[in-house]
Design a protein around this ligand. Sequence first.
Ligand SMILES: CC(C)(COP(=O)(O)OP(=O)(O)OC[C@H]1O[C@@H](n2cnc3c(N)ncnc32)[C@H](O)[C@@H]1OP(=O)(O)O)[C@@H](O)C(=O)NCCC(=O)NCCS
Length: 147
Amino acid sequence: MSKLTFRIATRTDQKSTVQIWHDAGLTRPHNIPETDFDFALKGKESDILLAEKDGQLLGTCMVGHDGHRGAIYYLAVTPNQQGAGLGKAIMQAAEDYLLAKGVWKINLFVRQGNEKVHQFYGGLGYAPIEALAFAKIIDQSKVGKNS
Ligand SMILES: CC(C)(COP(=O)(O)OP(=O)(O)OC[C@H]1O[C@@H](n2cnc3c(N)ncnc32)[C@H](O)[C@@H]1OP(=O)(O)O)[C@@H](O)C(=O)NCCC(=O)NCCS
């Protein structure tokens, strides 16, 4: 059986990565995923990890830190490969990436309506915290625009 391998995405992986995000139901009309992809690649402390088998992209996550906590976004496994351990393996790769950067704690968001992943994260040792996330758009010119 071929092995799952990980690598860090480069610009040429944008299309296939965004396709997986779409297929896994992670994209939203108010967010341009291509812009998110490009921004993560530009950052010194962020990357997108790609999980592949036989050169075929099967899963992704965006990983990085903000100088305080680690963060994971866009965790996605291509639908017909879900439930076979790939999500767990990608999370392990993300934790290894962050540990290597000195991060000791990870925060992640789960959207309302995606309660079915609570058990997935719970099984990996993630627990809900008592906090309400606030957000503000501070550059209106970027809303709905490609980078
Ligand atoms: C969430 C997601 C990444 C999980 O990846 P996956 O490859 O399907 O999960 P795995 O096969 O690695 O599962 C790991 C463990 O979690 C459990 N698990 C996975 N999905 C679960 C679910 N919906 N409910 C309960 N348990 C679940 C598995 O049973 C497995 O348990 P085990 O280790 O005891 O066998 C994948 O389902 C996905 O891409 N979902 C759509 C996108 C998404 O919601 N991303 C998260 C955004 S916050």
